[in-house]
Design a protein around this ligand. Sequence first.
Ligand code: ATP
Length: 564
Amino acid sequence: MIASTFAEVLSIGAVLPFLSVLVKPQMVFNHPAAQPVISALEITEPRGLLLPITAFFCIVVVGATVTRLALMLAQTRFGAALATDFSIAAYNRTLFQPYATHVSKNSSEVIAGVNKAGHLGEALVTPCLVILSSSFLLATILALLVWAQPIVAISAFGGFGLIYAGITLLARHRLAAEGQVINRESGRMIKALQEGLGGIRDVLIDGSQHVYTGLFRGSVAPLHHSSANILIISQSPRYAVEGLGVVLVAIITFFLASRGEGFYDAIPILGGLVVGAQRMLPAIQQAYSSFTFLRGRLPLTADALSVLEQPLPAFAQQPPPAPIPFKRTIRLDGLRFRYTIERPWVLDGLDLTIKRGEMVGFVGVTGAGKSTLIDIIMGLLEPTEGSLLVDGERISTDNQRAWQAHISHVPQAIYLADGTIAENIAFGVLPHEIDFGRVKVAARMAQIADTIEAWDSKYDTAVGERGVRLSGGQRQRIGIARALYKRADVIILDEATSALDNETEQSVMAAIDGFGAEVTIIMIAHRLTSLRNCDRLVELANGRIERIGSYSEIVENAVAISGH
Ligand SMILES: Nc1ncnc2c1ncn2[C@@H]1O[C@H](COP(=O)(O)OP(=O)(O)OP(=O)(O)O)[C@@H](O)[C@H]1O
């Protein structure tokens, strides 16, 4: 920045001797400061100065241009590097938020937050850098011009400054309002996109494309309108100032030329002013437009900073912890849970002990709290009151990671990544670290190996984005194979076999049951027959344990439990 400013100032300063040599060569030839150059270059007459001074002037101008370019490059690269860091930090911090935070937010809100953080570079850092470097350059050039021609410089640039200050003052409320619109509508735009594309099957069947296009238009139109307004506010003074600049040069020329020393004497000063203005006006404009951009993106910046301020738990910076010992029991002790203080208790005083190696099924009518309970057992949600104990040790934020290292979770809806079958079974493992032997064993146990091995590319077959090429039952078996690949000793199945036919379900369950006393299995299933291999069934009702018994004991009441 200093080098660029120095080069700019030098190029403006070089105008004076250059034009002086053109109009008053004799005076420069006799000037004491020119003597060392004259004797070094062995110049004998005034006109001989023309070539060296022209060359010097050109070199200085080229040098100034190159340093300006270098400064612009450095600023842009720096902004881009920071934007990358901000995006990664925002995504990382968001991923590390507790599950309770995630369930309390709309996913489009979360995506919009991470997205906004990615724009921090262009909305905050680059404008600040531009304002800083432009102000430094402006102050230096102005000091030089004031030193050379105080009255002319102050009146000319004071006029320009007043125009910018006036417009800034007038437009400040408008800018703030447009900034609010941009911030609000950029979030809504993501929401409209997500809802339309997320529910594409229903959109196609219902023919409701125009509804979602309308929603999208409702946010995109004000978003672009406000961005355009900010652009107009930031660009409009340029035209006024450019026009005024020409008028000012004409007036100053008139006064300098009519001062008596004649027009020729005024040319070097005028040249200096014109070059000074040519450098200063873009710098003022840049600083001003960066300021308006910064001002207009202030609400967005505030939102983005709040994403970056999300706390990182201590374990985020530590290597994965070793699993805590689990040899005997998982115990729920006076467990109560509610999502927020305003909401009713979902679980209201549960006491239960699950022995290692046991297969326990949870049943209960819809909304009874089964999913909430397994989220607590998995250490995703913290009990509001009471505790979850593993071998007598209370699970809290400090050791939840070490407990989760034991667990594999198979949800009803399996998320499939856009990768190969092997990558989806060894989910979260880098491709070069996948143990293919283990992938095959897991696939065989999940009753999906025959299907996969019948495909041309076998385990390297690509799964389309979100697994559209697989049937519901195939997806569930991939999910089960994924849990088996992890070789966890606690497997939690949440409606994980609902899309399988009875026969496949029984083969999968028999394979899982075959793990014996090493593996503890906790299951939820609406179809009671899915739970027939369980050692015990626990029936939840109104947030409490209604009954505990064997499959045959509970199944007598099957109709009442399932609510069907
Ligand atoms: N994120 C949440 N925020 C607030 N309340 C919730 C949330 N998730 C679930 N609930 C409420 O908690 C209660 C228990 O829900 P939960 O999903 O645990 O029941 P469930 O027995 O698993 O039901 P289902 O069999 O339908 O899956 C319900 O009343 C539900 O409305």
